[in-house]
Design a protein around this ligand. Structure first.
Ligand SMILES: Nc1ncnc2c1ncn2[C@@H]1O[C@H](COP(=O)(O)OP(=O)(O)OP(=O)(O)O)[C@@H](O)[C@H]1O
Length: 337
């Protein structure tokens, strides 16, 4: 379990003090994948780098598996860090060492006997799907393969926590997908707790259980990923959610509309229950779906539809009341009448 209490990181620069992290407190349960999202400069890197004291916090506490890290001596910290793996956006591999040597390096540093190192490297390469690349140098690898080496190295000493610092930001969308599924596999098969920072909601949507939104060094919203996507509260969180769920309707469609324009959010099972087709069977209205999208978050559907409903005014009102009762989340955007 990770527990952060009142964490502050202030950088002293020639131009004065800059606050990177401002009184952050959070808890990550064992075995969770926890995502921290925010725009550039929000403090995500500062926060994640404080979690293993790569960046020394100005004040506050970091508890990982019951050990408070900010008060450890250098040698105690070195030992504690073996239980905290980390991967980076730009991989940080040693270019003059082969894939095997990059991983073996972490094992040597931890004092694993020489005879056991090769077996462990083989096991790790198998886990990340790179057994055939053991003798090549990083320059001969793709970005995704480099990150797999980074992951193998981070897992070398059986950590209980894996910190991911924008681990997929330098990768294309399909490589990002494969790295995220590898992280998910590591989490479920090895039970490793994962904390990741990202500026992409797609990453959070794909693998996280819980999430936090950061702005100006602070955590401004936190919760279960589905809940945050379904009911974002802060304007910035809404922005991030909209990057996945939202869309703009062309002006022309708005000008040419005839009936009422409604926006319907479907959450959970209701998204699969054919509410829209029931409406047309029950009421004498015409409907024109202008936009529709269903995202699956943690395998639960979250849908959003924009529909123009036209016909007799009384029937329109009855149809809208019916949809509102079934979905519990309907907004009349615009009324042409
Ligand atoms: N070494 C440093 N010295 C001075 N200021 C810093 C340092 N590192 C970060 N900062 C400042 O701390 C604040 C938070 O930066 P941080 O890099 O943690 O944000 P971020 O959300 O990770 O952004 P990015 O994704 O762009 O890295 C910013 O104002 C940044 O300028």
């Amino acid at each position: 379990m990770i527990e952060v209490k009142n964490l502050v990181k202030i950088y002293e620069t020639k131009k004065g003090s800059v606050t990177g992290v401002d009184q952050v407190s959070l808890k990550v349960e064992k075995g969770e994948i926890y995502g921290i999202v925010g725009y550039s400069g929000a403090g995500k890197s500062s926060l994640i780098r404080c979690l293993n004291i790569l960046e020394k916090p100005t004040s506050g506490e970091i508890h990982i598996d019951g050990v408070e890290l900010t008060s450890l001596s250098k040698s105690e910290l070195r030992k504690a860090r073996l239980k905290i793996g980390m991967i980076f956006q730009h991989f940080h591999l040693v270019s003059a060492k082969t894939v095997s040597e990059n991983i073996a390096f972490a094992l040597k540093a931890a004092g694993l006997p020489k005879a056991k190192i090769q077996d462990r490297v083989t096991e790790l390469l198998d886990m990340v799907g790179l057994s055939d690349k053991k003798d090549v140098y990083p320059a001969q690898l793709s970005g995704g393969q480099k990150q797999r080496v980074g992951i193998a190295r981070a897992l070398a000493n059986n950590p209980s926590v894996l910190l991911c610092d924008e681990a997929t930001s330098a990768l294309d969308p399909s490589t990002t997908k494969s790295i995220l599924s590898l992280l998910k596999k590591i989490n479920s098969e090895l039970g490793i707790t994962i904390v990741l920072i990202t500026h992409e909601m797609e990453v959070v949507k794909t693998i996280c259980d819980r999430m936090a939104v950061m702005q100006d060094g602070k955590i401004i919203e936190e919760g279960d990923v589905y809940e945050v996507f379904a009911n974002p509260k802060q304007p910035l969180t809404k922005d991030f959610v909209n990057s996945i769920l939202q869309f703009e309707l062309p002006e022309r469609l708005l000008e040419e509309r005839q009936g009422k324009l409604i926006k319907i959010y479907f959450q959970g099972e209701i998204a699969e229950q054919g509410v829209i087709s029931d409406v047309f069977q029950t009421f004498k209205v015409r409907g024109n779906i202008l936009h529709g999208k269903i995202e699956y978050i943690q395998d639960i559907p979250l849908g959003i539809f924009i529909m123009e409903v036209s016909g007799d005014q009384v029937e329109i009102d009855r149809a809208i009341a019916y949809i509102a009762a079934r979905t519990k989340n309907l907004e009349v955007i615009d009324d042409a009448a």
